[in-house]
Ligand binder design. Structure first.
Ligand code: MEV
Length: 469
C-alpha cells in the first residue's frame, strides 16, 4: 500500500511503520496487543496482511464509516477492534392488526422476500380480524452449577436452612427490579446427579419486567454462588462430612420455556382465498397438512421454523435484542418433547381455520442497545414504545405471519416464483445491470420465470440489441 492510502487513517509520525510490503508469510503470523493499536493501525494491519488489494480494501472499510464522528464512535465502542460498520437493510412491513391495534413492523434482514411476505400476510389477515396474542408467562431462569459428593439429604436440609439468607444477600441487587414489580421469584436446589455424577444446581427464577435482564440475572447468580459457598464453609454439619464441594459456574439460561407468548389467526374456511387449482377448503386442508408434516418430520420442521425465524429475527434485530439468545432458546423449545418440531400449529374446527404459534421470547425494551443505537430507538418509536410483553406479542406475530406467507406459497405456487421475483434485483445488481436494463428486465420477468441463467441470457440479449442500435 502506498503512503497515500494510509495518510487519512494513521498519524504522520507512525506512517512509516505501516507501508505495505507484500509478505504472504504474514498470513500465518499472530499479533501481540492488537487491541492496543489505533483503529487506523488495525485496518492497515488487516489490509496489508489479508487483502489482495490493500488499498481498495481499505477504501471499502472506510466507505462504511459514518460521516458523523460521534455516531461512528458510538458504533466503534459497541465491540472491540471495530474497523467499519456492517450494513443490513432496515425495512418496514405495514398493516399488522394485532389485538385490534394497527402496527408497522420495523424489520432488519438481508433476505429479499421476507418483508414482502410479511406485508402480504399482514394485509391478508387485516381483512379477517387480524392477529390475537397472549403472553402466557414471563419467567426467566439461571443456575449456579456446582459439584458435591456428600450426603444428598443433608445438602437438601442445609439448603432449606440457608435459603432465606441466600435470598436476603441478593436483595441489594434486586431492590430496583422489585420496585418495578420484578426480582428473584424462586430459588430451588436441583439434584442432577442422575445425569452427571455429583452435579447439582441452585436454580433461580427471575422476573425482569421490561429488561431482557441478562446482566441483572448474572449479577444475582454470582452473588448467590458467593453466598452459597460462604455458608457452606461456615456450616459445621456440612464441613463434618468432609465432602468435595465446588462451584463450577453461574449463568443465566437462554432456554426460556416459561417466557412464552402465543399468537393466533382464525377465520371461516370459506373466507380463505381460492387459487386456480384449490378451493378455500382444499387450501385450508393442504395448509393444515403442511403444518402437520412439520410437526412430524424434523427435516421439514427445521426449515419451517427457519422461515418463522425470518420474521422473528428481523424484529429482534431491529429492536436491539439478542438474536443469538432468542434463536438458541427457540430451537431448544422446538425440541422440548424429545423431537424437533414445528413452532406453529393449525386445525380446522367447525369450518373455522385456526393457525397459531407458541414461542419463547425473552425480549427487552429497556437496557442494552435499546437506548443507544439510533435505529433501534426509531424501531421502538415506530412500534409505539411497546413494553417487553407487547414486544413479545408483536414478535410472535412476525413469526406467525412469515410462516403463513411461506406455507401459503409452498402449498400453492411453490416458493421460488415469489422468492426469485424478489431476488431479481440482486441478480441484476450482481450482473451490473444499469437502471434502464433493470427496468426493462423487471418488466420482462413479470411474465417469465426468474433464474440466474435466464436473467443473464436476457441481459446479454438486451445489451446486444443496444450495441446494434
Ligand atoms: C426461506 O428463507 C424460508 C422458507 O424455506 C420457509 C419454509 O420453507 O417454510 C420458505
Amino acid at each position: 500500500m502506498g503512503i497515500k492510502g494510509i495518510q487519512s487513517i494513521i498519524p504522520k509520525e507512525r506512517q512509516k511503520d505501516f507501508i505495505f510490503v507484500k509478505n504472504t508469510a504474514m498470513h500465518s503470523k499472530t499479533i501481540e496487543k492488537f487491541s492496543k493499536l489505533s483503529k487506523g493501525e488495525k485496518m492497515v494491519w488487516v489490509a496489508r496482511n489479508f487483502f489482495d488489494n490493500p488499498e481498495a480494501g481499505l477504501q471499502v472499510l472506510k466507505q462504511y464509516w459514518n460521516q458523523d464522528d460521534a455516531l461512528q464512535k458510538l458504533h466503534d465502542e459497541f465491540i472491540e477492534n471495530t474497523l467499519s460498520n456492517f450494513y443490513l437493510p432496515f425495512g418496514v412491513a405495514p398493516n399488522f392488526l394485532i389485538n385490534d391495534e394497527l402496527y408497522v413492523l420495523p424489520m432488519v434482514i438481508e433476505e429479499s422476500s421476507v418483508v414482502a411476505a410479511a406485508s402480504r400476510a399482514a394485509k391478508f389477515w387485516l381483512k379477517r380480524g387480524g392477529f390475537k396474542t397472549e403472553v402466557i408467562s414471563t419467567a426467566k431462569t439461571g443456575q449456579v452449577h456446582f459439584t458435591y459428593n456428600g450426603n444428598h439429604q443433608l445438602l437438601q436440609a442445609f439448603f432449606l436452612r440457608v435459603k432465606d439468607r441466600l435470598v436476603a444477600e441478593v436483595a441489594p441487587l434486586t431492590t430496583n427490579m422489585q420496585k418495578r414489580g420484578g426480582g428473584l421469584t424462586n430459588l430451588t436446589l436441583v439434584d442432577k446427579t442422575h445425569e452427571l455424577e455429583n452435579y447439582f444446581q441452585l436454580s433461580a427464577t427471575f422476573e425482569t419486567c421490561d429488561a431482557m435482564g441478562a446482566n441483572f440475572i448474572n449479577s444475582c447468580l454470582e452473588q448467590l454462588a458467593q453466598s452459597w459457598q460462604y455458608v457452606y464453609k461456615q456450616d459445621a454439619e456440612m464441613q463434618a462430612q468432609n465432602a468435595d464441594f465446588s462451584i463450577v459456574m453461574s449463568i443465566l439460561s437462554n432456554y426460556t420455556p416459561d417466557c412464552l407468548v402465543r399468537a393466533t389467526v382464525c377465520c371461516p374456511v370459506a373466507d380463505l382465498e381460492a387459487t386456480e387449482d384449490l378451493s378455500p377448503k382444499a387450501f385450508a386442508e393442504k395448509f393444515v397438512q403442511a403444518v402437520k408434516i412439520a410437526e412430524a418430520s424434523p427435516y421439514r420442521a427445521v426449515t419451517h421454523n427457519k422461515g418463522i425465524m425470518n420474521g422473528v429475527d428481523a424484529l429482534v434485530l431491529a429492536t436491539g435484542n439478542d438474536f443469538r439468545a432468542v434463536e438458541a432458546g427457540v430451537h431448544a423449545f422446538a425440541a422440548k418433547d424429545g423431537r424437533y418440531q414445528s413452532l406453529t400449529h393449525a386445525k380446522i374446527e367447525n369450518d373455522i381455520f385456526y393457525f397459531w404459534i407458541e414461542i419463547p421470547l425473552a425480549l427487552g425494551t429497556v437496557g442494552g442497545l435499546t437506548g443507544l443505537h439510533p435505529l433501534v430507538k426509531l424501531s421502538h418509536e415506530i412500534l409505539g414504545h411497546p413494553n417487553a410483553k407487547k414486544l413479545m406479542e408483536i414478535t410472535a406475530v412476525a413469526g406467525l405471519a412469515q410462516n403463513f406467507a411461506a406455507l401459503n406459497a409452498l402449498v400453492t405456487s411453490g416458493i421460488q416464483k415469489g422468492h426469485m421475483k424478489m431476488h431479481l434485483l440482486n441478480i441484476l445488481n450482481q450482473l451490473k445491470a444499469n437502471e434502464v436494463e433493470k427496468l426493462t428486465l423487471i418488466e420482462y420477468f413479470k411474465t417469465h420465470i426468474v433464474s440466474f441463467t435466464e436473467v443473464s441470457v436476457q441481459l446479454e440479449k438486451l445489451r446486444q440489441v443496444s450495441t446494434i442500435n
